[in-house]
Design a protein around this ligand. Structure first.
Ligand code: 13P
Length: 341
């Protein structure tokens, strides 16, 4: 694919190369069903394949997208144009194939309203199979909620422990782990609450990664930005978010980690781009890790709306995706401005 991806370090660096980011297209069957329902499209394997195909085949997308996270079903599907398996198709186009390997967040026993992510049982064997199929990196997402009483230390440490077990197994099986602890935007918390929780979660995650021998040079962190809750009053603006997020990461993420690829987490498309851009302007090249994106909704939503499940709209949907990918690519270098919208 023209990239030197011999080592895990090289794969991790390529995933967060300046100008590029990761397309998260790994929605589970249930989650993609909710997205398809927004455009009155039935949640069938054929429609899921058609939708993912339009994303991957957009002309020139590889200029801005370094890698794609897929769901298990998509990894077993193939290009509508020529029947090539997607792992091979993406690699030939210059994008690194990735796979979501957790099996979702489930109720955490003994805690009210908290979740822990499952998927460790049998993971070693699944990772071997995914690597053989051509995947070069994988993703595991932990979910943390901010409420009056939560998160509990128990929830944070259970999730951090599982993230580290997953990451160690990935590296053993020659896959770069994306380590994703997501603090949700749901609720009326303010940005200071988000800061305190994000700081504690990231400290705990890196403590577990260290304790379990995970190699920092061979991973990518996928955190939330430090944001006010959706229902908060007087929500923080772009500069405040960029500033708080950078301070929180500086306190918690070792310099050996090559890159940080943010999730969008329900921010508007334009906010997700503006926040990333502002952070890169603030640091002006002067930071230990590349600051990039691994967006799902913030890359896909305009494309989905343009598509509406209709073959005749594929071109318009691809244009919408390319626009967001390009603007986010610019944001990784601090070169985006809102006039470009
Ligand atoms: P969002 O950008 O929509 O939050 O999705 C990213 C992701 O992969 C969540 O796990």
């Amino acid at each position: 694919m023209g990239l030197n991806l011999k080592s895990l370090e090289a794969v991790a660096e390529a995933m967060v190369a300046p100008g590029k980011g990761i397309l998260a297209a790994d929605e589970s069957t249930g989650t993609i069903g909710k997205r398809l329902a927004q455009v009155n499209t039935e949640n069938t394997a054929e429609n899921r394949n058609a939708y993912r195909d339009l994303l991957f085949s957009a002309d020139g997308i590889e200029k801005y997208i370094s890698g794609v996270i897929m769901y298990d079903e998509t990894l077993h599907q193939s290009s509508l144009a020529d029947g090539t398996a997607y792992t091979e198709y993406l690699a030939a186009k210059g994008m690194i194939p990735g796979i979501k390997v957790d099996t979702g967040a489930h109720d955490l026993a003994g805690s009210e309203g908290e979740k822990v992510t499952s998927g460790l049982d049998g993971l070693d064997d699944r990772l071997k199979e995914y690597r053989q199929m051509g995947a070069r990196f994988s993703k595991w997402r932990a979910v943390i909620n901010i409420t009056e009483d939560n998160p509990s230390g128990y929830c944070i440490s259970a999730n951090a422990h599982a993230l580290a077990r997953y990451a160690a197994l990935c590296q053993k099986n020659d896959l770069v782990p994306i380590v994703e602890p997501e603090i949700l935007m749901e609720g009326d918390h303010d940005i200071d609450d988000s800061f305190v929780v994000t700081e504690e979660v990231l400290h705990t995650v890196f403590f577990e990664l260290y304790s379990q021998g995970v190699n920092y040079e061979q991973m990518v962190l996928k955190p939330n930005m430090v944001l006010s809750g959706y229902d908060g009053s007087d929500r923080a603006g772009v500069d405040e978010v960029a500033d708080a997020t950078l301070q929180c990461l500086a306190r918690t993420v070792p310099a050996a980690v090559p890159g940080i690829a943010f999730l969008s987490g329900g921010q508007s498309d334009e906010n997700a781009t503006a926040h990333l851009n502002r952070m890169n302007q603030f640091v002006n090249g002067n930071k230990p890790w590349n600051l990039s994106f691994s967006y799902g909704r913030a890359l896909q939503q305009p494309a989905l709306k343009a598509w509406m499940g209709k073959a005749e709209n594929v071109g318009a949907a691809q244009m919408a995706l390319l626009k967001r990918a390009k603007l986010n690519g610019l944001a990784t270098m601090g070169e985006y401005s809102s006039e470009m919208e």
